[in-house]
Design a protein around this ligand. Structure first.
Ligand code: FRU
Length: 463
């Protein structure tokens, strides 16, 4: 069981796939390589939750069995239709096998869109139950399928126009099995290749989320980033129109930029929830545990107001952090229960305002101009109207990756809601106006600086 963040159950995890609330439970599948903590022939791992914060691992749901998906079951999505769970995904077939490592290929590959249906969301007939729904070799992938109010099914796929400009490709279907090509929308705002597009409505507005490749010139590690934007979508012809007047040229889904390949769906209460992969530059290795690489961010509620997309803390996370630990004095917040008396006095002497015990904690504070908070060596500061983070001290000497992150300009409002786990810190700024999420390694145990409230939840950290 994973608590709070779904993590690779050993070895490798990337994109969330097939995220759906189905027959009273949340099902979250993910890109999974079960043999080593590196990317390789893709399977779909499977986890189930009742509340979006306690996840039970169910093993591998999909794995290569057919000619069309012999080198991997790439990303895709889930819908419920006639009581069944239908998964759509991209099958991959390498044109040339690398004799040194059959799990990767630098060369061309063929893609097809496949579907597999399950009666209960747990049993998937990998050997007899897959069918090709869109044949073809053009480079399109990551089908996101949804049903519109008109009763028809729609699919958006990520693609590229001649490898130079990202594009979103649309198909439409009456029955979910037979698909008709509708349109393609290309834009410089989709990078050179668009991956994992997701188009959905929040109230009356359509929002497009996608992962755009090569939108930044090596800003430190990653060049591919998840972006979001309000759009217009005409369901008749599948015409996608991008708004010119959005507040920033790109709104990133997250300003820490480790977050990638987000996927959304509606939760039990009808909120639009987003979950995304947190890219990790190295595996977490602990004696006696299988090394693991890759985890999901906290579930975030997507809202839209005045041209801006907000990613708010999901109420299930509020509920999880039910235990408030507040000292009489703001400067005197300690987890007395968990920490030895001596280490408390040592920490006080060293100027700590609280101690991290390895359990996840939530910290809230409204920053004053120029103020800095040090969470186990991870720095968060207000600087010239921006919130900036610096993980330089807690990033395990990994080179070539960005250590500093920043929000856009904040116009005087610095309300922070910070979630801390040993390998991930998520900073929600101004109720989800912006979020900075950073992967960390080797976090220290002292919190130094002013904090207003700290909560802890149920223990649940695994190694
Ligand atoms: C995004 C992505 C998808 C693809 C999958 C393969 O991270 O590259 O486009 O389906 O990962 O694992």
């Amino acid at each position: 069981m994973d608590t709070l963040h779904l993590k690779a159950p050993g070895n490798w995890l990337n994109d969330p796939n097939g995220f759906i609330y189905y027959k009273g439970k949340y099902h979250l599948f993910y890109q999974y390589f079960p043999y080593a903590p590196v990317w390789g022939t893709m399977h779909w791992g499977h986890a189930v939750s009742e509340d979006l914060v306690h996840w039970e691992h169910m093993g591998a749901a999909l794995f290569p069995t057919r000619y069309e998906d012999q080198n991997g079951c790439f990303s895709g999505s889930a819908i419920e239709q006639d009581g069944k769970m239908n998964l759509y995904y991209t099958g991959i077939r390498y044109r040339e096998i690398n004799p040194e490592n059959i799990h990767v290929s630098e060369k061309e590959y063929d893609v097809m869109q496949l579907m597999i249906s399950s009666e209960d969301g747990y049993a998937f007939d990998n050997f007899g139950g897959k069918r090709v729904v869109i044949p073809g070799t053009e480079n399109m992938r990551d089908p996101k399928v949804w049903k519109e109010e008109n009763g028809d099914f729609y699919m958006v796929l990520g693609s590229s126009s001649r490898g130079e400009m990202g594009s979103a490709v649309f198909y439409r279907s009456k029955d979910g099995f037979n698909w008709q090509y509708m349109s393609r929308c290309q834009s410089g705002r989709f990078g050179k290749i668009l991956e994992c597009p997701d188009l959905f409505r929040v109230g009356e507005n359509y929002i497009l989320i996608g992962s755009a490749m090569h939108i930044t010139e090596s800003t430190g590690g990653y060049e591919h980033h998840a972006v979001c934007m309000p759009v217009q979508f005409d369901t008749e012809k599948c015409r996608l129109t991008l708004h010119e007047a959005s507040r920033e040229e790109y709104q990133y889904v997250d300003y820490g930029l480790d977050l990638y390949a987000p996927q959304t769906n509606v939760d039990a209460e009808g909120r639009r929830v987003m979950i995304a992969w947190m890219r990790m530059p190295k595996a977490v290795e602990k004696p006696g545990c299988v090394p693991w690489n890759g985890m999901m961010c906290l579930p975030r509620v997507v809202e839209y107001k005045d041209g801006h997309v907000y990613f708010r803390v999901h109420p299930a996370v509020d509920e999880y952090f039910g235990i408030e630990i507040s000292g009489e004095d703001e400067q005197d917040l300690f987890f007395e229960d968990d920490v030895e008396k001596e280490s408390i006095s040592e920490a006080k002497e060293a100027g700590a305002s609280a101690i991290l015990t390895g359990e996840p904690v939530r910290i809230q504070v409204t920053m004053k101009p120029g103020e800095c908070l040090d969470i186990g060596g991870f720095l968060i500061r207000e600087e010239r109207d921006f919130i900036r983070t610096d993980r330089g001290e807690v990033f395990g000497n990994i080179r070539g990756h960005r250590t500093m992150s920043s929000t856009p300009k904040l116009y005087g409002r610095y309300k922070l809601d910070i979630f801390v786990e040993p390998n991930l810190i998520e900073v929600f700024v101004n109720d989800g106006e912006y979020v900075i999420s950073n992967v960390v390694y080797g976090l220290g145990n002292m919190i130094c600086g002013r904090v207003e409230k700290i909560w802890k939840g149920n223990a649940g950290i695994k190694c």
